[in-house]
Design a protein around this ligand. Structure first.
Ligand SMILES: Cc1ncc(COP(=O)(O)O)c(C=O)c1O
Length: 510
């Protein structure tokens, strides 16, 4: 086996270009609706059945029926200022393509404010939020304890740049519910956390290659951008790809992992989410995570649990610890900061040895500053007294209600996920493998559902790979509101009814 060249001597790999294409494909599939942003002011990408659907002619969406008061400090923007054009200074009108939302009925979605489970747009409409910043908070938007802690931190100087007591305290709070993961270090984003975890694993094992799960999303950096959903690499149909020291292995397939270890003896770590969340919350089959753990141990590879999305959702720590994994390293992000940009890598004493003795380079101006650690501390404190079982139950009630709503409309729907984060599949049974998921994907329907729900005052992700996120701020009344909206949206989608077989059938309209 050839050793992987060090990054300094690596020539640009042809796959780098493909990764870029995959990135575009990802954004495109997430936003099929975008067809027409240039020039089309009305939402021509919405299915015909919606053309006569409920409109908000007076500028008042159904979402504003919610009786609760509008968030304080709301300053409505002149609607005309928002229509049609994309601001020149900001390409695509947003800094992350994957977060663009389609226009609905000619209206772009521009946020004014967010509080609890609700978002208010710039025209004053309120939406019950199930996108929750792609899971970037599990407490709800602008949680008062986090706002207060961060305000205090800002007032005391957010960037002194040197050691401060809050950083150690926040690390302590993260490892308190992390079992054998006794160390933590901070970065600013989930992508950075994955980057650092891979670097630690390579150092700790003196091996160069990290295997990530095909179709998994572990951040947007070049190395792990390999094998995103919809990319050619994710299919693993030919020779196993290797780029930037990263290769791929199939989800829910222990024999493929065995094959990988037979092919290579230079695997530093397997990078795995406990639920393949960004591919539609594909659940691990019974024994899969344990089997993966055993194979890694046997072959001297570490397990990195990427919990940027799943962390803190089952208890105030990494979810994988309750799901049969004993990871050496864990990445956390999103929920630990309740919307403030912070992420962390946690590790066992053994895995973190090269961090403790300084052999792993860590650098970052903003890492662990008082603002972000105040957010982590406040979040952990609230999570410790939060009722995770109730959150799980509420999520399950929502998922069951959504399935029923579609059932009443004569549309088979299934859900998969962890309760507070789940995906919707237009099929009687949720997929567990990427190939199945790909065959079941119905981007047009997912988009149509997003549009129909937006008209109902409910916000979801528009992509078929997307997820619904619940937070502790969603109460039973919110679930009732959502279920009524899903009921009407399902009826609106009924004319698009088609029953895909499972799996592999070509879905009409694709
Ligand atoms: C599992 C997982 N890993 C890593 C990331 C990257 O995190 P960030 O967007 O904070 O860079 C994400 C983001 O969605 C994620 O879901």
């Amino acid at each position: 086996m050839k050793p992987t060249p060090s990054p300094s001597v690596m020539k640009p790999h042809p796959l780098a270009q493909e990764s870029h294409a995959a990135a575009s494909a990802f954004a495109a599939s997430a936003l099929a609706a975008d067809a027409g942003r240039a020039g089309e002011k009305s939402d021509t990408s919405a299915p015909a059945s919606h053309a006569s659907g409920p409109t908000d002619a007076g500028g008042q969406g159904r979402g504003v029926r919610d009786p609760r008061p509008t968030a304080e400090g709301h300053h409505p923007v002149e609607p005309d200022a928002l229509h049609g054009s994309v601001p020149e200074a900001l390409p695509q009108g947003i800094s992350s393509s994957a977060r663009r939302l389609p226009d609905v009925d000619g209206r772009p979605f521009v946020v004014d404010s967010a509080a609890g489970a609700w978002i208010t747009d710039a025209e004053g409409r309120r939406y019950l939020d199930f996108a929750m910043a792609m899971g970037a908070t599990v407490l709800g938007h602008a949680h008062p304890a986090v706002v207060e802690a961060c305000t205090r931190a800002l007032q005391r100087g957010a960037m002194p740049g040197f050691t401060h007591a809050g950083e150690a305290a926040a690390a302590q709070a993260l490892v308190r519910h992390a079992g054998p993961l006794v160390h933590a270090t901070f970065v600013s984003t989930g992508s950075e956390a994955v980057h650092l975890a891979c670097r630690i694993a390579r150092r700790a094992t003196a091996r160069p290659v990290v295997a990530k799960i095909a179709a998994g999303y572990d951040g947007w950096y070049d190395d792990v951008a390999l094998g995103w959903t919809g990319s050619a690499e994710a299919d693993l149909s030919g020779a196993r790809p290797l780029a930037h020291g990263v290769t791929l292995v199939r989800w829910n397939d222990l024999s493929d992992l065995e094959a990988l270890f037979a092919e290579r003896d230079d695997i530093a770590a397997v990078l795995v989410e406990p639920v393949l969340a960004n591919a539609g919350c594909l659940m691990p089959q019974p024994g899969y995570l344990q089997g993966l753990q055993q194979l890694c141990r046997r072959h001297g590879a570490l397990v990195i649990a990427d919990e940027v999305l799943t962390g803190m959702r089952l208890h105030p720590g990494p979810s994988s610890l309750t799901m049969g994994l004993e990871p050496d390293l864990v990445t956390l992000g999103k929920a630990i900061g309740s919307g403030v940009p912070v992420a962390a890598v946690l590790g066992t004493a053994q895995a973190f040895a090269p961090v403790v003795d300084g052999r792993v380079a860590r650098a970052g101006t903003y890492h662990g500053n008082p603002l972000v650690t105040a957010a982590v501390l406040a979040t952990c404190e609230v999570l410790e007294s939060s009722d995770h079982a109730a959150l799980l139950q509420r999520g399950e009630r929502l998922a069951a209600g959504v399935r029923e709503a579609f059932g009443r409309a004569g549309i088979d729907v299934s859900t998969s996920g962890l309760g507070s984060v789940f995906s919707l599949w237009f099929a009687g049974r949720a997929p567990t493998r990427y190939e199945e998921a790909k065959a079941l994907l119905q981007p047009e329907r997912s988009l149509a559902l997003h549009m129909a729900l937006r008209r109902e005052g409910v916000l979801t992700m528009p992509s078929g790979w997307g997820r619904l996120f619940l937070s502790f701020a969603h109460d039973d009344a919110d679930v009732d509101f959502a279920l009524a909206a899903f009921g009407r949206a399902a009826q609106a989608l009924a004319p698009l009814r088609c029953a895909p077989a499972f799996p592999g059938t070509v879905v009409p309209g694709r």
